[in-house]
Design a binder for this molecule. Structure first.
Ligand SMILES: NC(=O)c1ccc[n+]([C@@H]2O[C@H](COP(=O)([O-])OP(=O)(O)OC[C@H]3O[C@@H](n4cnc5c(N)ncnc54)[C@H](OP(=O)(O)O)[C@@H]3O)[C@@H](O)[C@H]2O)c1
Length: 417
């Protein structure tokens, strides 16, 4: 069932939140007015202090019965999950979707922000999105426009306790990275704080430790501003989650190898390693960050269970599962450096090739950099120092893909993530 409402129900006038807004407004607020956006409730209603019934008609503004922002300020961690409102942005992504499911399963009130056409290349309709985000209150809005996002959250008529951001550029291109990994994520912080949010959980990436790519710089800039925000506001906290490689990023060759193609790797296949984590395990870790005191104001690198695996070991695992003799195609990493050199040269003549050059650099980065804790002193990656979480193994994932294919595990619009 889905219901639609757009009445302006609850406005915050706390001086603290107003001053926060003012502080950022010169930098961020887009003056263009946008039309009112609708919010849909895919199943459960938002939790308010007094129960109310939804009908298929638009309902009237509710003001008196809603828990005020001030009332929630000191209390969100001691509240029952059903009384905690969590705003999730990036809810329709690979990880965001699992995060929504996990939070719903844990009994939180989830408000999932989504685009009217969501998913890779916008292939999911509103109905499909509502279906995908069952159990959450789905709010169709635009995270790239602060006015629009603020209005949508305002129209919900409830205060927000926690914001969880799983936003990420779908392309990894230069401008899009700044627009999403920095700016839109920042807008979700502003909108969340303006509506009472006391905690922000950010899905980042372990690779920001060695920032050579634009999306890493964009993420780091937001991380720094988030930490500063918590420093300046005693009542506000964060958890920054920096995972290692996702399963989907390592599954791209499974079906090719099954079809008899060689497993392609750079150098000797030992240039890098990672501790892959499943989407369900990562979603569980992210959900832990909502209430766990030990994750407050922490940067949390996280990998999956088991030892770190090089591409060579991943390939060997795959051939073992298939019962085939290993067949590797070893590509010299210098080929990528050559291609990047050409692309960098071409960008100087054709600036529009900026993203193509960036994609080359992204490919080069993941071919040689480990997704493990980096010791800044020695420049060495350490598998031992990279924490493990969860139970799903890459081997089980490969077995599943061999059986069922990569459905649901498609990469984004770019080729790497
Ligand atoms: N791949 C890896 O191995 C790996 C490892 C560690 C960390 N990470 C990090 O994990 C994060 C999330 O990855 P993911 O795979 O879950 O991302 P994803 O599937 O690409 O999802 C991105 C989310 O952001 C939203 N979004 C993107 N552009 C938008 C726009 N212009 N307007 C509104 N919403 C927009 C998407 O909405 P739509 O559905 O509407 O497009 C989607 O909900 C990334 O930051 C990545 O760096 C990845």
């Amino acid at each position: 069932m889905s219901l639609c409402f757009s009445s302006n129900m609850f406005t915050l006038h706390s001086p603290k939140f107003q001053s926060y807004k003012t502080r950022f407004s010169s930098q961020f607020i887009n003056q263009i007015q946008v039309p009112s956006l609708s919010c849909y409730l895919s199943s459960s209603p938002l939790n308010l202090s007094l129960p109310f019934k939804f009908s298929k008609q638009r309902f009237n503004p509710i003001t008196a019965s809603i828990a005020t922002v001030e009332a929630t300020q000191s209390s969100f961690r001691s509240k029952n999950p059903k009384d905690i409102n969590i705003l999730v942005v990036g809810s329709t992504g690979y990880i965001g979707n699992f995060v929504v499911k996990e939070l719903v399963n844990r009994g939180f009130n989830v408000i999932a922000i989504a685009r009217e056409k969501s998913g890779i290349r916008g292939r999911n309709s509103k109905e499909e999105t509502l279906n995908q985000l069952q159990g959450a209150n789905v709010c169709f809005s635009d995270v790239t426009n602060l006015d629009s996002l603020e209005k949508s959250v305002n129209d919900l008529g409830v205060s927000i306790d926690v914001v969880v951001s799983c936003l990420a550029s779908r392309s990894g291109g230069v401008k899009d990275s700044w627009k999403i990994d920095y700016e839109a994520t920042k807008y979700s912080l502003i909108a969340g704080k303006n509506h009472g949010a006391q905690h922000f959980v950010l899905l980042s990436a372990i690779c920001v430790q060695k920032p050579l790519l634009e999306f890493q710089r964009a993420k780091l800039k937001f991380e720094a501003e988030l930490m500063k925000e918590a420093e300046e506001d005693n009542g506000f906290t964060y958890s920054i989650v920096r995972p290692t490689a996702f399963f989907k990023s390592l599954g791209g060759q499974v079906e090719l190898v099954k079809d008899g193609k060689p497993y392609v790797m750079f150098g000797d296949g030992k240039l890098c390693a990672c501790k892959p984590i499943s989407e369900a395990d990562l979603a569980s870790f992210i959900a832990d960050c909502v209430l766990s005191e030990d994750k407050v104001n922490q940067v949390l690198p996280i990998g999956g269970p088991g030892k770190a695996l090089t591409p060579l070991e991943q390939g060997e695992m795959l051939f073992r599962l298939l019962g085939k003799e290993p067949n590797f195609l070893k590509v010299p990493i210098g080929i990528m450096d050559f291609a990047i050199g050409i692309l960098d040269f071409l960008v100087k003549i054709f600036p529009s090739m900026e993203d193509a050059a960036e994609f080359g650099k992204i490919g080069r980065y993941y071919a040689a950099e480990s997704m493990l804790i980096l010791d800044p002193e020695t420049g060495e990656y350490s598998a031992e120092k990279t924490p493990s979480y969860g139970k799903d193994t890459l081997e089980e994932f490969f077995e599943r893909v061999l059986r069922e294919g990569m459905a649901g595990q498609e990469l984004g619009e770019q080729t790497i993530f």
